[in-house]
Design a protein around this ligand. Structure first.
Ligand code: HPA
Length: 278
């Protein structure tokens, strides 16, 4: 399934019927991290089901609405929950919301996700700013840019050396320092899921140089960069990665959502700090 500019514009028209605000910053809020959108001022919430073409999230912990309002003086469009490839959507469907945000006038996208900590120095409740990623799903063929390329949006062959904006990363570190929050910086690896990784897979991912593992973000980042938007992304470390067979421990979705409660205030402080200085 491929979308055309007409599909993005139709979604934008529907959104504009609900609000006159013109967002320039897009936020994507991952598993258990959606409550930040409830703090936007003068907000309008539009259920994804009311936006033509928008994929619905079926996952517990993803509430499924686009919230538009003010945060630290910026007009923000926040995706409260996202759809995933493992729900059966194509990469084109999963990244449709990023294209719609671009068509809406967004030029800076800040993505968040829940991730397992591969780096042994990371603990549950820590935050990791992405400075790079390994798109395992894309490398295996499911890349959102596969298919006809609209040259008026972006290039056929996208360079990826300057993906996670250096200035935004610097702002995030400043914001974290100001409130005394530890902010790691590292490499995110995106897998399809939905199962968590085997111990052998964890050891392999670590060996490849990845610091955190999750099931989202990389493909959204690719589409955002393809359209020329500035990108920042931050992982909330929600669980330890189990790297030995027969461990008593097992990663699970409940601990992912539970860790979200600790992560939200930390992430909120950093995102507010970044938006304030944008
Ligand atoms: N693995 C993959 N995705 C995840 C994890 C994990 O351990 N935690 C949260 N999302």
């Amino acid at each position: 399934m491929t979308y055309s500019r007409q599909d993005y514009n139709q979604a934008v028209e529907q959104i504009r019927l609900k609000t006159d605000l013109q967002p320039t910053v897009g936020l994507v809020l991952g598993s258990g991290l959606g409550s930040l959108a409830d703090t936007l001022e003068n907000r309008v919430a539009i259920p994804y089901a009311e936006i033509p073409g928008w994929p619905l999230s079926t996952v517990h912990g993803h509430s499924g609405q686009l919230v538009i309002g003010y945060l630290e003086g910026q007009v923000v469009a926040a995706q409260q929950g996202r759809a995933h490839f493992y729900e059966g959507y194509t990469m084109q469907q999963v990244t449709f919301p990023i294209r719609v945000m671009h068509a809406l006038g967004v030029n800076t996208v800040i993505l968040t996700n829940a991730a397992g900590g591969l780096n042994k120095n990371y603990h549950v409740g820590d935050l990791m700013l992405l400075n790079d990623h390994i798109n395992f799903v894309g490398m295996a063929g499911s890349n959102p840019l596969v298919g006809p390329n609209d040259d008026s949006v972006g290039p056929r062959f996208l360079g990826m050396a300057q993906t996670y904006d250096r200035d935004l990363r610097q702002l995030a570190h400043q914001a974290a320092d100001q409130v005394g929050i530890t902010l790691h910086e590292g490499v995110y690896v995106c897998l399809a899921g939905p199962n968590f990784e085997t111990p052998a897979e964890i050891r392999m991912l670590r060996g490849m140089g990845a610091d955190a593992v999750g099931m989202s973000t990389a493909h959204e980042v690719i589409v955002a960069r393809h359209a020329g938007m500035r990108v920042m992304a931050c992982s909330g470390i929600t669980n330890e990665c189990i790297d030995q067979v027969d461990s008593e421990l097992e990663a699970n979705h409940e601990e992912v959502l539970e860790a979200g409660k600790v992560l939200v205030p930390r992430l909120t402080a950093i995102l507010r700090g970044v938006l304030r200085t944008l």
